[in-house]
Ligand binder design. Structure first.
Ligand SMILES: C[S@@+](CC[C@H](N)C(=O)[O-])C[C@H]1O[C@@H](n2cnc3c(N)ncnc32)[C@H](O)[C@@H]1O
Length: 126
């Protein structure tokens, strides 16, 4: 088996495993840990009442897995945007907040779709 085929079998253990997995897919960050990897590792410790310290949270994968499993965790990062993102991903949202978000998102999408603007700048992202 070629190396590329072997790596393809394990892509769910990379950031690719997060892309279609609820909040884990909110931001595509190549060095992010996989939710599946973190979840499997924490399963082996779940009966030991662990407390997790992740001083390099990145997109907050470890903190979010801990929150879902009811494991206490502490996390931070040198990058303030990633601290904000991890906080946003791990917090609880009331139904009314989600409804308000959906409503305002629909207004924004509607305005974008009906805007008659020429020469819209599109960032060079793939
Ligand atoms: C491999 S990424 C972590 C990815 C994370 N586990 C995830 O799932 O998204 C490493 C992180 O360490 C952070 N970092 C690097 N140097 C740091 C430092 N001195 N103190 C705190 N965080 C640091 C980076 O900003 C980066 O987000």
């Amino acid at each position: 088996m070629k190396l590329t085929q072997t790596l393809g079998l394990h892509k769910h253990l990379t950031y690719k495993g997060n892309l279609k997995h609820t909040r884990y897919g909110w931001l595509r960050l190549t060095p992010a840990y996989s939710v599946h990897l973190v979840s499997d590792l924490l399963e082996t410790h779940k009966n030991k009442n662990p407390v997790v310290l992740d001083p390099f949270c990145g997109t907050g994968t470890t903190a979010l897995v801990c929150a879902e499993k009811g494991i206490k965790s502490y996390t931070t990062d040198i990058n303030p945007f990633l601290v904000w993102l991890a906080h946003t991903k791990t917090r609880f949202y009331k139904a009314e907040e989600i409804t308000a978000f959906v409503e305002i998102s629909n207004v924004i999408i509607e305005n974008i779709c009906t805007a008659e603007v020429e020469n819209i700048w599109i960032p060079p992202l793939h």
